[in-house]
Design a protein around this ligand. Structure first.
Ligand SMILES: Nc1ncnc2c1ncn2[C@@H]1O[C@H](COP(=O)(O)OP(=O)(O)OP(=O)(O)O)[C@@H](O)[C@H]1O
Length: 246
């Protein structure tokens, strides 16, 4: 029987910035029917992984396959057109335009080659921004701006969405509401891979966690299993505190 391929297959991915090895041979499979979380301490290579997979930075070595095609180093715009889309920590939009106009621009881009949304309004409904469609984007409170960032990313009809710290800066109830929207993406056929430091949210939301440390994958699996792994506890708590906590 032929082995089934994951939508995104990362093999031996390496990235060096001068003498700094940010990614040290990462292997990763990601499907589009799941929420996969990437966690790890500051500087462990999470954002660099997103940047290299989506062509923002060239890889130093290794390969990235998307739907069976080698997309390593083909450039960020070509990768985004293949519906492998990332968001940045800073929500992006045209601040002088309305919320609806921002989403329409992305939706029109996504419609070329067959978008999944019937109209910009369906995206606004999905992310809970419909009542704010006529508001000027630049005037939105932070929580709504985050939703707009998601709506714009969804507008281009991703099959896999890479979200970099979507919960950063949100209060607890905003983060919970945002997580509830993210959880609805895989049932719509949109896979999610996200980076976040909020371990409670990640444990609730993710089907699988991948843990990076110094550019190396040190653990991967269901959240409860991964968070109980002594290697992971050591990375987060340190060897002394791990002993005290156990
Ligand atoms: N553009 C760059 N130029 C030089 N070094 C970089 C660059 N981007 C990342 N690095 C280095 O690569 C390593 C991994 O950084 P990265 O931002 O990927 O970590 P991270 O896990 O996303 O961290 P954080 O949780 O703080 O966002 C760090 O040592 C960082 O200083």
């Amino acid at each position: 029987m032929e082995a089934r391929m994951a939508a995104l297959e990362v093999r031996g991915l390496r990235k060096q910035f001068g003498g700094v090895v940010a990614l040290n041979g990462i292997d990763l499979d990601i499907d589009t029917d799941r929420v996969v979380g990437i966690v790890g301490p500051n500087g462990s290579g999470k954002t660099t992984l997103f940047n290299v997979v989506t062509g923002v930075h060239p890889a130093t070595g290794g390969t990235v396959l998307w739907q069976g095609q080698d997309i390593t180093n083909i450039g960020a715009h070509r990768i985004a057109r293949k519906r492998l889309v990332r968001t940045f920590q800073q929500a992006m939009s045209f601040p002088g335009l309305t919320v609806g106009e921002n989403v329409r621009i992305a939706w029109e881009q996504g419609r070329r080659g067959g978008g999944r949304w019937a109209s910009p309004g369906t995206i606004l409904d999905f992310v809970g921004l419909a009542p704010l469609g006529r508001a000027i984007a630049g005037s939105l409170p932070f929580g709504s701006l985050r939703r707009l960032g998601l709506a714009v990313a969804l507008g281009v009809s991703p099959e896999l969405l890479l979200l970099d710290e979507p919960g950063a800066g949100l209060n607890d109830s905003e983060a919970q509401a945002f997580a509830a929207v993210i959880a609805q993406l895989p049932p719509q056929g949109i896979g999610v891979c996200l980076i976040d430091h909020d371990m409670d949210m990640m444990a609730d939301l993710c089907d699988r966690l991948v843990v990076l440390d110094f550019g190396t994958k040190i653990a991967e699996g269901p959240p409860a299993e991964v968070l109980a792994d002594p290697k992971v506890r050591e990375v987060y708590l340190g060897p002394d505190k791990k002993a005290a906590a156990s």
